[in-house]
Each structure stands twice: as structure tokens, then as C-alpha cells.
Design a protein around this ligand. Structure first.
Ligand SMILES: Cc1cc2nc3c(=O)[nH]c(=O)nc-3n(C[C@H](O)[C@H](O)[C@H](O)COP(=O)(O)OP(=O)(O)OC[C@H]3O[C@@H](n4cnc5c(N)ncnc54)[C@H](O)[C@@H]3O)c2cc1C
Length: 161
């Protein structure tokens, strides 16, 4: 990582970014052609293992890619704010972000789809929701097992605080 002094290693701060971010930029690879799309997500972090859940309609290009190649990369950001300067190169953006890599797995069992959607709704809304087998039968739910991740932030320059 360049500018390593901006790296975040505190897991609580990393989880706060995942709570705030709400939108994952999910990168897939169709052969040698990258494909990136924004999606809402839910996550769990248990025993050092980060897992995302995403959902969508029962068909779509993203699923065709994932089935051929489950490898993904992602980025999630929050706290974005432009700061100004006297000249263009003094402008910048404060941010906090998490990036990483993993593998996408299509959830087949209704139990896992229901659990995944409850996790997604908890992350998105902070509220508890339950789902029926009928409801989950018409959507796809994808579990993403994260194999590595890092986090970084750019605070506001000291002169501007
Ligand atoms: C903030 C945000 C949150 C979202 N959350 C979700 C979510 O939780 N679940 C979900 O299923 N979708 C979500 N979407 C929509 C998502 O980005 C995709 O549009 C959708 O999932 C369809 O993707 P697909 O690969 O199946 O494309 P398809 O519907 O199969 O379409 C294929 C083509 O359509 C075009 N296309 C697809 N999506 C987009 C797009 N977003 N913008 C411009 N062109 C596009 C591309 O050229 C793509 O190759 C969200 C979008 C935004 C902006």
C-alpha cells in the first residue's frame, strides 16, 4: 500500500466503514474483460472471516460471469468529502475505504438465502427482517467469501481541521 500511514488496521474501524458504506463496487472478470457494478450488501465478520451477501433478480449478466469465474474484487467507501485549496493540486477528498478479494458462491438452499437476506437488511437498515421460502424463491442470493482485505483512510489535512 502506498501512503501506508493511512492504512487502517483497527478492525472496529474497518467494520464501521462496512456499516456506513452501504454500496459495494463488485469487480468480476469475464475472460480478460473486467466488469464492475454497484450493489447493496450485508456482511458478517466472525472469527476473523469476512463474508458478504448480495441479492438481485433471478437472471443477469453478473451471475453468468460468477458461474464461469467466481473470483471477485471489491471496494467500499464512506466519509467522502471534497476539501478545497488555493490551487488545483491542494484539493482532495477525504475518505475511508475497504478493498479486498474473494470468491462468489451462489446460495442454493432456501435456509441460506433467507439468512443472507436478513443479514443484508440488517446491514442496510439496522433492523431485523425475516424471509419466507416463497419470497427467496424468486431472487438470487450470493455469498462472497473474502480471502483478503485492507482498509485505508485519508483524513482532512491538519490545516483544515
Ligand atoms: C447504488 C446502487 C445499488 C444497487 N444495488 C443493487 C442490488 O442490491 N441488487 C441488484 O441486483 N442490483 C443493484 N443495483 C443495480 C446493479 O448495479 C445492476 O444494474 C443490476 O444488478 C444488474 O446487473 P447485471 O450484471 O445482472 O446486468 P444485466 O441486467 O444483465 O445488464 C447487462 C448490461 O446492462 C448494463 N448495466 C447493468 N447494470 C448497470 C448499471 N448499474 N449502470 C449502468 N449500466 C448497467 C451493462 O452494460 C451490462 O453489461 C444497484 C445499483 C446502484 C447504482
Amino acid at each position: 500500500m502506498t501512503k501506508r500511514e493511512r492504512e487502517i488496521t483497527d478492525i472496529q474501524e474497518i467494520l464501521r466503514i462496512l456499516d456506513e458504506g452501504k454500496v459495494i463496487h463488485l469487480a468480476l472478470c469475464d475472460g480478460d474483460q473486467p466488469y464492475v457494478l454497484p450493489m447493496n450488501y450485508g456482511y458478517t465478520y466472525e472469527e476473523g472471516k469476512l463474508t458478504f451477501y448480495i441479492h438481485g433478480a433471478s437472471k443477469g449478466y453478473k451471475y453468468e460471469i460468477m458461474k464461469k469465474n467466481p473470483k471477485i474484487a471489491f471496494s467500499i467507501e464512506c466519509d467522502t468529502e471534497l476539501f478545497e485549496g488555493n490551487v488545483a493540486c491542494q484539493y482532495g477528498m477525504i475518505y475511508a475505504s475497504v478493498m479486498g478479494k474473494g470468491n462468489a458462491v451462489m446460495c442454493e438452499e432456501a435456509e441460506e438465502k433467507m439468512a443472507g437476506l436478513s443479514i443484508l437488511m440488517k446491514t442496510q437498515t439496522g433492523k431485523d427482517f425475516e424471509f419466507t421460502e416463497k419470497l427467496v424463491s424468486i431472487v438470487n442470493v450470493v455469498r462472497i467469501d473474502i480471502t483478503e482485505f485492507t482498509a485505508k483512510k485519508r483524513p482532512k489535512p491538519a490545516a483544515m481541521q
